[in-house]
Write a protein that binds this ligand. Structure first.
Ligand code: FE2
Length: 374
């Protein structure tokens, strides 16, 4: 078949102050909130308690960045013993939403080890029970509110690894995207989140799974991030720019919800595991290099990518590198402590990863592109 399909089951509510619609999204059901520790200091946790009233059963507020296997080993069993028949409300960045997705599902055996064993064996767990999930992002970047994917990290083993959970049940039932919630984000989080959204957008275009809907969403998202991020970093309280960035993140999330990511994300996982780079930085600094590797592999993909900076940009990856430099991001592996041999090996490894195999050019000319890294 030469046609295409697009599917996303998440009900989206978007707008400044949209958090107030959370009780309507719950429709009388009880809720457990999963959020990040700082939500108490910013007043967000108190706001959620007031909004949910007696419907709120518990606030799980010790979510950590990049969810770790050990965190779930310590909490999952007791969590499932305490709760059932309610909705998980994930409020936070990608880590809070991913954590909720991992808490959300259980096999018939009901232990976290059962879930982990399936993921470690390269399978998805057989879900017997699940909570419904309402996702409320407080950063503009992850897109996790409209995708079924959750990333789980295991740094405790001899060979640190990442795993990806994605089953039908981990599609959120609803996403509430309220740009005002990102106002309290530190500047680095605002920037890195926006760059994650930009990465999702571009990765869904240089992708073997792209389709006309994902392309349209992705180009609009990428153009919006490029147009708005420098201004937002200079004026972080600007309501219009915050709203535009949340809209771009949502559109990019919808785009890659159908394509998955590609080579830049595959590279990013190694950069995070080996060098500790935050996700949004790790998946965005290689974007100009990856764009260069994509160029020429598929003229239809080149045409769509050309819409981001317009037809006058003959080498759009150079425009992208200039944009990244403007927001303080170096595109050179060397600036992250990665030498030429390690960078080359990392890209070869990434091309063979699950996300790397979505990349539109399976055998790119690495040496020429890396020579231009400087
Ligand atoms: Fe990402």
């Amino acid at each position: 078949m030469s046609g295409w399909a697009f599917h996303n089951p998440v009900s989206v509510r978007f707008g400044w102050g949209a958090l107030e619609s959370l009780p309507q999204a719950l429709a009388g059901r009880d809720a457990v909130v999963v959020t990040y520790p700082e939500a108490a200091a910013t007043g967000l946790e108190a706001r959620l308690r007031a909004l949910l009233g007696p419907r709120l059963r518990e606030v799980v507020a010790d979510v950590e960045p990049n969810p770790e296997v050990s965190w779930f080993r310590a909490r999952y069993g007791a969590f499932w013993q305490r709760h059932g028949g309610c909705v998980l409300v994930a409020v936070g960045g990608g880590s809070a939403i991913d954590t909720a997705k991992l808490l959300q599902i259980a096999t018939s055996e009901g232990s976290f080890e059962d879930v982990f064993a399936a993921l470690a064996a390269g399978r998805q767990p057989a879900v017997a029970r699940a909570f419904a999930l309402v996702a409320v992002p407080t950063t503009a970047g992850t897109g996790s509110e409209v995708t079924p994917w959750a990333t789980l990290w295991d740094r405790s083993s001899a060979a640190p690894k990442k795993f990806s959970l994605h089953v039908r049940e981990t599609w959120p039932e609803a996403a509430i995207v309220d740009p005002s919630l990102a106002l309290s984000a530190p500047a680095a989080v605002t920037r890195n989140s926006a760059l994650d959204a930009l990465s999702h957008a571009l990765e869904s275009v240089w992708n073997v799974n792209a389709n006309p809907v994902s392309d349209t969403l992705a180009v609009e998202a990428a153009r919006t991030v490029v147009a708005c991020l420098p201004g937002l970093l200079a004026a972080p309280a600007d309501r219009a720019l915050r709203t535009e960035m949340s809209r771009a993140s949502l559109l990019a999330g919808l785009a890659f919800s159908n394509t998955r990511t590609a080579l830049a994300h595959s590279i990013s996982y190694e950069m995070t595991l080996r060098h500790g780079l935050p996700h949004g930085l790790a998946c965005s600094f290689p974007l100009p290099l990856v764009w260069r590797l994509a160029h020429g592999a598929d003229t239809a993909r080149d045409e769509v990518l050309g819409r981001v900076f317009g037809p006058e940009a003959a080498r759009p990856w150079e425009r992208l590198a200039a944009f990244l430099a403007e927001v303080g991001v170096s595109t050179a592996f060397a600036d992250y402590g990665v030498g030429p041999d390690e960078a080359r090996g990392m890209i070869v490894h990434a091309l063979d990863g699950a996300r790397g195999r979505n990349f539109v050019n399976p055998a790119p000319a690495l040496d020429e592109a890396l020579a231009g890294q400087g």
